[in-house]
Design a protein around this ligand. Structure first.
Ligand code: PXG
Length: 287
């Protein structure tokens, strides 16, 4: 059955949801996006995703031609139109169609698109047994080149790293920043547990400030688990007791091997399991 897509202010069939070949989103990756999830009919942290979308847009001088409230309503309406209770939403804002050439001033009509679909999760066994990942040689974009805090349509940096991971038989890959410090994975933030303390790279390590990351930090505080945002290098990961990744798509997923080194005992650890369970309760809590 054809999905229903929100575009140009209305809900249309996916067959009629078309973008111009002159859209700078296509020509230059000029635009921003968000990936959201709904659980039991409720979008998890919708306002945070909308705020981040607006921040990404502001950073690239892109004016979204709708209000935050209108975009939030469009997200809910698209989920409803597709009868999705537990779903995945891709929110995209392109620069709009224009003339050939980089100049964003020669474009008009930014496109606001909402796609809703079911989610394809990693196989269950990855959550039970944990992931094996590698460090990619592709560095995370230098924030002076393009801030990793912008969720832009330019994901080639992450895609290059993802390819390296996939070629090594891993579904995720670790990315370091230009200083060789741990930044994040291609679509997930990273946490380690060292002597009972949860540690995750700070925003200035060159990361996307993940909404799941923020939720896990809150859960750790509620569970009285000490949590620090601190610079990490690969040695800190190799010698950690536990490691896990967070992201809208992956949720909370354990990592048990990095660059052929077993992490801790090579099985998902107790703090990872506790925070995973707490996260599942949190997303289904009716707010
Ligand atoms: N880092 C990067 C580079 C990301 O793209 C995260 C961290 C985690 O952020 P959130 O806010 O989701 O906790 C992301 C998010 C997809 C997909 O379709 C990717 C993301 C989110 C949703 C879907 O691959 N990346």
């Amino acid at each position: 059955m054809a999905r229903i897509v929100f575009m140009n202010g209305t809900l249309v069939s996916e067959n009629d949801a078309k973008v111009s070949v002159f859209d700078h989103g296509l020509l230059y990756g000029d635009g921003v996006f968000e990936g959201l999830r709904s659980y039991g009919g409720q979008v998890f942290r919708l306002d945070s995703h909308i705020d981040r979308l607006w921040e990404s847009a502001k950073a690239i001088c892109l004016e979204i031609p709708m209000s935050k409230k209108e975009v939030s309503s469009a997200v809910n309406a698209t989920l409803e139109a597709n009868q999705l209770v537990d779903g995945y939403v891709r929110l995209v804002v392109t620069r709009g169609a224009g003339s050939l050439g980089l100049d964003p001033n020669r474009t008009s009509h930014p496109q606001v698109i909402v796609i809703a679909d079911t989610i394809t999760l990693y196989p269950r066994e990855f959550y039970d047994k944990g992931l094996s990942i590698i460090t990619a040689s592709t560095q995370r974009t230098h924030s002076a080149a393009l801030s990793p805090r912008i969720k832009s349509l330019n994901y080639l940096n992450n895609i290059m790293a993802k390819l390296e991971g996939l070629r090594a038989g891993c579904v995720e890959a670790l990315m370091l920043n230009h200083k060789g410090e741990v930044a994040e994975c291609t679509g997930d933030n990273i946490f380690v547990v060292r002597s009972g303390t949860l540690v995750t790279p700070p925003s200035d390590a060159g990361i996307l400030e993940g909404i799941t990351r923020g939720a896990v930090i809150e859960l750790a505080e509620a569970a009285k688990i000490d949590c620090q945002e601190k610079t990490l290098v690969r040695h800190d990961l190799y010698t950690a007791d536990e490691c896990f990744l967070t992201g809208t798509a992956a949720e909370v997923i354990p990592v048990v091997e990095i660059d052929s080194r077993s992490i801790g005992n090579g099985v998902p650890g107790p703090i990872t399991k506790r925070l995973t369970a707490d996260f599942h309760l949190m997303v289904r809590r009716v707010s």
